[in-house]
Design a binder for this molecule. Structure first.
Ligand code: FES
Length: 151
């Protein structure tokens, strides 16, 4: 269970990491581990603490796909959209899966069950189309195979 946004929790996290070289990414990862996402009020808070602009922090958060603005669903499916998977029909498969769950990229189903995100090469190209479900690799993905894991 993730904590609700709290300046004091964020402050502790920042204090723990601010002396590291390049503290921004470790702080953002730790914030996401604590809150399940990078809460919007965290951006100016982190910027102030590290003497950065809010735009700089936002730029980093939006650059990395793994940072979320909202907590993820109970399961997270990352579908590969890179070249090898594309050549094996990943885009059409992804569209089928997104339509089946009624969500778009990066969104969570209304019941909070599943978040579907894009990823770009998992190193599983030989098993394309590939995906990660809660960090576990799935190769030669089909909607039928996915149903075994997300009924
Ligand atoms: S391109 Fe999809 S796993 Fe490499």
């Amino acid at each position: 269970m993730f904590a609700p946004w709290s300046e004091s929790v964020a402050s502790d996290i920042i204090d723990r990491h601010r002396s590291r070289e390049g503290p921004l990414l470790p702080i953002l990862h730790a914030l996401q581990a604590a809150f399940g996402c990078i809460p919007r009020p965290a951006l100016p808070f982190v910027a102030r603490a590290l003497n950065l602009t809010r735009a700089e922090v936002h730029g980093v958060v939006s650059f990395y796909h793994d940072f979320r603005e909202e907590p993820a669903g109970r399961q997270v499916l990352k579908l590969c959209r890179a070249e090898a998977c594309q050549s094996m029909g990943a885009e059409a498969l992804a569209r089928q899966i997104l339509d089946h769950f009624g969500v778009d990229w990066g969104a969570t189903t209304a019941d909070g069950r599943l978040t579907i995100e894009a990823t770009y090469c998992l190193g599983l190209c030989a098993c394309a189309p590939a995906a990660l479900l809660d960090g576990e690799p799935l190769g030669r993905l089909t909607p039928n195979l996915l149903q075994e894991f997300v009924p």
